[in-house]
Design a binder for this molecule. Structure first.
Ligand SMILES: NC(=O)c1ccc[n+]([C@@H]2O[C@H](COP(=O)([O-])OP(=O)(O)OC[C@H]3O[C@@H](n4cnc5c(N)ncnc54)[C@H](O)[C@@H]3O)[C@@H](O)[C@H]2O)c1
Length: 267
């Protein structure tokens, strides 16, 4: 059984992926390339993957897919607009995946103002203005397009150990719904994926969420980046042409089961 996407599924499309150097963003950039995008802008603070390996844009170039690395801090609107503008030479953005994000375990009684601002600046402001920059470019260029945001199971379930992260991911879910309502008339679809715990530097280095063996996940394992990337390719593709303003959980069943609700990540 083939587990690949048709190599012309996304032909004619150009993607911008924030956080595209590492983890879910990197896997998404590579999977979008396999599905035939004409080009990818990898927008990130850093070029080197956090998990190690060859930088994403270089891998894409080796695969024969036009790729640009755009140094970008998603907390700066000007930086995001520059990253989107970098896609113009390839035909202009028609797929935006704002995957840059941060996670920190914290005690609600100890959260500082700067902790709070940092979390919401990257995860919420960085997502909103990435979407706005892409949508402006799509509308100005007369292109239909798709945006796939990255919320989390933590965007619908609270937890004791990551309050500001939960707030940020709930906001990403809601901005997705509102942007879908606003941008639908322009032919732009906007959907969110909600991953569970996926093995990346975020869950293996920044936190130890991935140390849980996954036994509380109904499908019995933690996620891998490709699980999420494939859901994003689906939502970016014509296969989901009538789907907008919705949430797709990619979590092995965690959010909807008693086992998932019992999952108590340790900081
Ligand atoms: N890994 C998981 O289990 C999981 C689960 C649910 C949601 N998510 C979300 O998926 C997204 C990607 O997470 P990941 O696990 O791949 O993390 P990661 O740490 O592996 O990669 C995140 C990337 O974002 C970049 N980044 C961080 N801050 C940035 C900034 N200010 N400007 C530009 N780039 C910046 C980093 O340099 C890095 O390359 C995040 O939004 C995260 O919240 C992850």
């Amino acid at each position: 059984m083939s587990t690949g996407w048709p190599s012309d599924l996304l032909s004619g499309q150009v993607a911008v992926v924030t956080g595209g150097s590492s983890g879910l963003g990197r896997a998404t950039a590579l999977r979008l390339a396999e599905a035939g995008v004409d080009g990818v802008v990898v927008a990130d603070l850093r070029r080197e993957p956090r998990e190690g390996g060859v930088p994403t844009a270089e891998v894409l170039t080796e695969l024969g897919v036009p790729a640009i690395f755009a140094q970008c801090d998603v907390t700066s609107v000007a930086s995001l607009r520059s990253a989107v503008a970098a896609a113009e030479v390839m035909g202009g953005v028609s797929i935006m995946v704002p995957a840059a994000g941060i996670l920190r375990m914290e005690d609600v009684l100890a959260v500082t103002e700067s902790d709070y601002d940092a979390m919401l600046d990257v995860n919420v402001k960085g997502t909103f203005f990435a979407c706005q920059a892409a949508a402006r470019s799509m509308v100005a260029g007369g292109r239909e397009g798709v945006i796939v945001t990255i919320s989390s199971v933590g965007g619908v379930l609270g937890s004791a150990s990551m309050p500001t992260y939960n707030i940020s991911k709930g906001a990403v879910r809601m901005l997705t719904y509102s942007l879908a309502a606003s941008l639908g008339p322009h032919g732009i679809r906007v959907n969110a994926v909600h991953p569970g715990v996926v093995e990346t530097a975020m869950t293996q280095v920044d936190t130890h969420l991935a140390d849980e063996p996954g036994t509380s996940v109904p499908l019995g394992r933690l996620g891998v980046p490709k699980d999420v990337a494939d859901a994003i390719v689906y939502l970016a593709s014509p296969l989901s042409a009538y789907t907008t303003g919705t949430s797709l959980f990619v979590d092995g069943g965690s959010h909807s089961s008693k086992a998932g609700r019992d999952f108590k990540p340790q900081g």
